[in-house]
Design a protein. Structure first.
Length: 713
């Protein structure tokens, strides 16, 4: 990693005796003092709010690759430790999954972690994290806490002295375990090699990076590779049939948890081998033996393990995370969980619950043969003791491997759907608050081992973040729709001698709200019609549209002629100081005389269908868009409206489509109008929208206002 500008960072031995790297020595002392098996020191970048890993010990740096550079605002323990200026403790995989799902989905293994700031009273220099095997006590002891706090304080003072000399240390060589000294006894390693060569099963030694350092003769025979092709390689690279992410995951799990792990692999064409990994802080010893036939293993497996799907892989988690970023609405989230999560974990049904007014309510569900059974969740008070409410209130997941298990803990509850035999209740926590509960149901009794619980809880964190965004989007969408509906006419007023019909389609991008508008104004003695389009697809555009519509109505009611209505509306937008512009088409209708006077401000020209079926695009005089030039004028054009004539007023969303010339779109629209223009006006409005390619794409709002002149009365 390159250093940023700021205080000069010295070579690795700055601030320490020659040849003794300051950070590495401090980290090694911390690890030894509390019997941790891995850790790292971060330094705060001098010019950015970023922590950079300077040295790591006990584990390959690849394990922490996603967190080599950590922003101070990131939901990561070392960042929290710096922001909060205190020790952050994560006691195990379930706590990691609840508090830091981003870490848990990448490292879903049993281990404990502590993170501490490296800081004086005035200055933060960095942070430290340390990890322990999964067997560590759930809480950090007072002695461990005191040792780590004191060690970080001493390191901060050393860094303060180095900073005073403008010689802060830079990245140092990572600390991996040193080789074990020779075997005790006079024959030493020679006799050890003879001993392992006589064993009937394979023995392989892996270093911390997973590379093969030793393999006995039985191992090379079982793996099907000579020792020369194995030494120094990763087994899942040099042995083709071990090239599966699951096998590498078992190695990572063993190192992180410092607990033995195992897996079974098929050596083609039909021989099953059992691998068991025994980790330590120096590497891993792997025992390879011939396994029983898989069919025999399945017959002797407990009922809850038969047919159990493989644990969610990292690639599946990344796929889900990517898909959830694209989820917009709550129903999108529900569908993605059904498509991505349920199949991966073997669930046959799901419900996502939210809370409203102190009660549970169902946000969505999938997989239930009888959807009515889901209603048992709806309306349940959050104060009532039930699995769904407990998970939501406490933030702690609950796993029930059988109906008997559930009924033993909740003997008076009956909301669990019939037909299912195991459940996982995952609290959905986002931004530190509960946003819902995800209930996964299983058709058969289902055991939930610790690693699966951790993965499910981590997935709950990802689902929660997507659900929080979706709930906010849905709330904004409801607000936007309500605003849009309140600003557009609920129905068109009846005008003497004029039949009218209108359609409005919001764009599918953004918030599905826009600035397109239309209106009929029953002013005396002459009525008016208006259609327009404000830039944008957001609340600001809709609010400005409402102001324009109100202004047009007011100017029409006081009797201003069309050119003055447009001029006054233009002045209104200029005076409002709005940064958005608007197009507009205004008509003063005189059906008794069969005339209409029109004024246009940068709006697409209307189409007129005559009673004989001929259609033409009206070439109207006009002025610039509203809101640009306070001195603009808007000349008018008088158009003849014979009885039976149809005027088609529209916004550009009806005719503008990427890659299509607008002239061609107008020709197609005119041809369609000529063909189907005799039908009732409501049907005609539907036809025009249905046949418009631009309207189908919905890249922009679409507004259509149709006016048909009646017989003169």
């Amino acid at each position: 990693m390159s250093d940023g500008p700021g205080p000069t960072r010295a070579p690795a031995d700055a601030g320490a005796p020659a040849g003794e790297p300051l950070l590495s020595l401090a980290l090694a002392s911390m690890l030894d003092g509390v019997h941790a098996h891995a850790g790292a020191v971060y330094l705060l970048h001098p010019d950015e709010p970023v922590l950079e890993m300077a040295v790591m010990a006990g584990m390959p740096r690849a394990f922490a690759a996603p967190w080599e550079r950590v922003g101070l605002s990131a939901p990561i323990p070392v960042a929290d430790a710096v922001r909060l200026r205190r020790l952050v403790w994560v006691g195990g995989e379930e706590e990691m999954a609840r508090s830091y799902p981003r870490i848990a989905v990448v490292l879903p293994y049993p281990f404990a972690l502590a993170a501490l700031p490296v800081a004086t009273a005035d200055t933060v220099y960095g942070a430290v994290f340390l990890t322990w095997p999964g067997a560590h006590a759930h809480e950090l002891s007072d002695g461990e806490r005191e040792h780590l706090t004191a060690a970080c304080a001493r390191l901060a003072l050393r860094l303060e002295r180095a900073a005073a000399e403008n010689r802060l240390p830079g990245p140092e060589r990572d600390l991996l375990a040193t080789p074990v000294s020779g075997v005790v006894g006079t024959l030493g390693s020679v006799e050890a090699a003879r001993m392992v060569s006589r064993l009937p099963y394979g023995l392989v030694s892996l270093d911390l990076h997973g590379r093969i350092c030793f393999a006995n003769a039985a191992a090379t025979e079982m793996l099907g590779r000579p020792a020369g092709e194995l030494l120094g390689t990763l087994p899942w690279v040099s042995v083709p049939w071990l090239n599966d992410p699951m096998y590498e995951d078992r190695y990572r799990a063993a190192l992180m948890s410092q607990q033995a792990t195992s897996f079974v692999a098929l050596r083609p064409p039909g021989e099953w081998l059992s691998f068991r990994m025994y980790p330590s802080t120096t590497g891993l010893s792997v025992r390879i033996s011939r396994a029983r036939a898989v069919a025999d293993m399945a017959r002797t497996a407990p009922p809850t393990e038969r047919g159990h799907p493989r644990l969610v892989t990292i690639s599946q988690v990344l796929s889900l995370a990517g898909a959830l970023t694209e989820a917009v609405s709550v129903q999108d989230v529900v569908q993605l969980v059904w498509d991505e999560v349920a199949p991966s974990v073997g669930s046959q049904a799901l419900v996502i619950l939210g809370s409203e007014a102190g009660r549970l309510h169902v946000l969505g569900h999938r997989g239930y043969p009888d959807p009515h059974v889901v209603e048992r969740f709806a309306g349940l008070p959050l104060s009532e003791r039930a699995p769904g409410t407990q998970a939501l209130n406490s933030g702690v997941p609950a796993f029930f491997d059988s109906r008997e298990h559930l009924e033993r803990l909740y003997p008076n509850r009956h909301e669990t759907p019939d037909g299912f035999a195991a459940w996982a209740y995952l609290p959905l926590i986002a931004s530190g608050r509960p946003v819902g509960t995800c209930v996964l149901a299983y058709a058969e009794p289902h055991g939930f081992p610790a690693d699966e619980r951790a993965v499910l809880t981590s997935l709950g964190g990802l689902i929660a973040q997507a659900l929080e965004r979706a709930l906010l989007y849905d709330a904004k969408h409801r607000l936007a729709q309500g605003l849009q509906q309140s600003l557009l006419p609920h129905s068109l007023v009846r005008l003497p001698g004029i039949e009218a019909a209108a359609r409005y389609l919001p764009a599918t991008l953004g918030m599905e709200i826009g600035g397109d508008f239309y209106d009929l104004v029953p002013a005396r003695p002459l009525a008016a019609a208006v259609i327009g389009d404000v830039q944008g697809h957001n609340v600001t555009a809709a609010a400005l549209m409402g102001q324009i519509r109100t202004g047009v109505r007011a100017y029409t009611t006081v009797g201003q002629p069309p050119q003055e209505v447009m001029r006054s509306t233009n002045q209104l937008l200029v005076d409002l100081g709005a940064e958005l512009f608007a197009s507009c088409l205004y008509l003063r209708l005189d059906p008794a005389r069969g005339k209409a006077v029109m004024a246009r401000a940068g709006h697409p020209p209307p189409l007129l269908r005559r009673p004989d079926g001929r259609v033409r695009v009206l070439d109207l005089a006009g002025g610039p868009l509203l809101g640009i030039d306070a001195s603009a004028t808007y000349p008018t054009t008088e158009v003849s409206l014979a009885p039976g004539s149809v005027l088609v007023l529209y916004t550009d969303g009806l005719v503008e489509s990427p890659g299509v010339d607008i002239e061609d779109s107008l020709v197609e629209l005119g041809a369609l109008l000529a063909e189907v223009g005799d039908q009732p006006l409501e049907h005609l409005a539907d036809e025009l929208v249905r046949h418009s390619a631009a309207a189908r794409e919905r890249a922009d709002d679409v507004a259509v206002l149709l006016l048909r002149a009646g017989e003169a009365g």
